[in-house]
Design a protein. Structure first.
Length: 137
């Protein structure tokens, strides 16, 4: 069975992360040089901060529809809550046309983050990707 996921900590600005964290830092630096700055605060007025981010959750097609993804999401949430003290939410991106994943995350309490978007002119297609968050505590 092929199941994979990984979690990182990154700013809550809606940016879809690259696999290599240093590349994210380079892109953010270059964005600042050309005058691009993402939203500076969440809808509730709180400043952006680093939070856990579920980078990838993949389940082999042969095992989909058997709650494996649901169990993995809950496992990640438990790890963050129990072992990564001080964090209050988990963030993720999901392609809007991936209806099974959208249904899974929404049913697990993830809500789309409004007002925060990383959508520079060079990142064509980011509007096709939803940015979701769930408060864990």
């Amino acid at each position: 069975m092929l199941v994979c996921w990984y979690v990182t900590v990154q700013p809550c600005d809606g940016k879809v992360p690259f696999t290599l964290p240093w590349f994210d830092a380079v892109e953010r630096s270059l964005a600042a040089l050309v005058g691009y700055t993402p939203a500076a605060a969440r809808d509730d007025g709180e400043p952006l901060q680093f939070q856990p981010y579920l980078c990838a959750l993949c389940v082999d097609e042969a095992y989909r529809g058997q709650s494996v993804g649901r169990l993995m999401v809950r496992c990640v949430e438990q790890i963050v809550t129990a072992n990564w003290g001080g964090y209050d939410s988990l963030h993720l991106h999901v392609e809007r046309d991936n209806q099974p994943a959208m249904k899974l995350y929404k049913s697990e309490g993830y809500q789309e983050v409004k007002g925060i978007r990383w959508d520079p002119f060079w990142a064509d297609g980011t509007k096709k990707i939803g940015y979701f968050s769930k408060r864990l505590k």
